[in-house]
Write a protein that binds this ligand. Structure first.
Ligand code: ZN
Length: 82
């Protein structure tokens, strides 16, 4: 079935989607890939420990911000920290 991606607003076939979380946000495969790359950056920048519930919650918030479900600032990678 055709779905509209909540991130890029393009239509995509949701039968090609494998991740249930991806379906929840109605994200196309390329935006989901973008999110997973961004998530790694968020984890690194915020030094999140995925074994801690509070840190998982923080990442979830960024997930919602990324897909436009919540207001908030996206993390920018600090170029000076290379
Ligand atoms: Zn998309």
């Amino acid at each position: 079935m055709d779905q509209k991606c909540s991130k890029c607003k393009n239509m995509f076939d949701d039968s090609l989607v494998e991740d249930p979380t991806q379906k929840k946000y109605s994200s196309c495969n390329s935006c989901w890939k973008e999110w997973t790359t961004y998530a790694v950056m968020v984890i690194n920048e915020m030094r999140l420990d995925m074994s801690l519930p509070e840190h998982r919650k923080a990442l979830k918030k960024h997930e919602r911000i990324f897909f436009g479900l919540e207001q908030g600032e996206q993390i920018q990678k600090n170029p000076e920290e290379q």
